[in-house]
Design a protein around this ligand. Structure first.
Ligand code: NAI
Length: 334
């Protein structure tokens, strides 16, 4: 069986080729995103599966063309599936798998890294001391100890994040339509969304992007937050209305903003654009603020997580191809 990879980077090739020794699939790697611009270039009846990532666009039209080309399986090598038209997958009789959990700690730890960097300004200190500037002016942070941390979404990543913040001695409050009993026993209090945004000093987003929560963080919710709130988003870019966040930063409503995801990220992230002119004014404006930290969707990017992503993706494709259930039933979406 031949699998065609999209958005493939050198590390994807390395990890998949290594792990594929067990399965012996034929692997072909394309660097381009999957989307309407390229789907016609897929040779008919050549590949049985495509393997895609977070910014590949699986619209109804793309899925219809994949079906025409003889593709049977779509394997998402990520957890989120907001980029896939699930109805179209069903309509064309394709099967869809994802990696439901690979390393929640990888993402949670990155969210904490962003919070600590923004707060204690280690990125600035690094540059300063290399220039023999040991001045502390402008580097003052605040203690995390006893601060109120609001966690939106207490699934696998949110749970890992909550536990780390408890270790810092923070008061952790959470909002999720489904309350987690283990977290409650650990001392985490569930509150409404409105109470969370009004009382938290730090807010971290760990819910998926759905049709209902696009721009959850917008002009109105930002106005309800404590002045000087720190906001971290490692989930999906469109949970935050970027233009509204820029306005809130301009008036000092937000103390610091850390984003690993961005609503227009597919044009930017995972690419070296250091020699290019970037036409996206919003990301350029965001990066002009001294209190904004942008990372390029790297929260998942640890050795452990990539190993698990690759193992789970290949195992799910193998299971689908053999009409079996994979070991984690949540891996199969359609
Ligand atoms: P999960 O499915 O285990 O948990 C999501 C939780 O969010 C669930 O408890 C659900 O009830 C809750 N939720 C759903 N809608 C909500 C809303 N409107 N408000 C509050 N809570 C809501 O998902 P997991 O594994 O914890 O991942 C969360 C998200 O993190 C993914 O959907 C994905 O977008 C993002 N992610 C980002 C990565 C990165 O590298 N930056 C890597 C992996 C995931």
């Amino acid at each position: 069986m031949k699998i065609l990879f999209f958005s493939a980077k050198p590390y994807d090739r390395d990890f998949f080729e290594r792990s594929n020794k067990t399965y012996g699939f034929e692997l072909e790697f394309w660097e381009t995103h999957l989307g309407p611009h390229v789907v016609d270039a897929i040779k008919k009846d050549t590949y049985k599966a495509v393997c895609v990532f977070v910014n590949d666009k699986l619209t109804a039209q793309v899925i219809a063309t994949l079906a025409e080309k003889g593709i049977k399986y779509i394997a998402l090598r990520c957890a989120g599936f907001n980029n896939v038209d699930l109805d179209a997958v069903k309509k064309h009789g394709l099967r869809l798998c994802r990696v439901p959990a690979y390393s929640p700690q990888a993402v949670a730890e990155h969210a904490v890294a962003m919070l600590l960097t923004l707060n204690r300004k280690t990125h600035k200190a690094y540059n300063r001391t290399r220039e023999q500037n040991f001045s502390l002016n402008g580097l003052m942070g605040f203690n995390l100890y006893k601060k109120t941390v609001g966690v939106i979404g207490t699934g696998k990543i949110g749970i890992a994040f909550c536990k780390i913040m408890l270790g810092f001695g923070c008061k952790v409050i959470a909002f999720d339509p489904f309350e987690n009993e283990e977290l409650k026993k650990l001392g985490i209090t569930y509150v409404t969304f409105n109470d969370l945004i009004k009382t938290a000093d730090i807010i971290s987003l760990h819910c998926p992007l759905t049709a209902d929560n696009k721009y959850l963080i917008n002009q109105n919710s930002l106005a309800e937050m404590k002045k000087n709130v720190t906001l971290i988003n490692t989930s999906r870019g469109a949970l935050i209305n970027t233009k509204d966040a820029i306005e809130a930063l301009k008036v000092g409503q937000i103390l610091s903003l850390g984003i690993d995801v961005y609503e227009q990220e597919e044009k930017l992230f995972f690419k070296d654009l250091s020699g290019s002119i970037i036409s996206d004014d919003d990301i350029q404006r965001l990066m002009s603020f001294p209190n904004v930290l942008v990372t390029g969707h790297q929260a998942f990017f640890t050795e452990e997580a990539l190993t698990e992503i690759v193992a789970s993706t290949l195992a799910s494709i193998f299971a689908l191809n053999n009409n079996e259930n994979p070991s984690d039933i949540n891996a199969i979406l359609v």
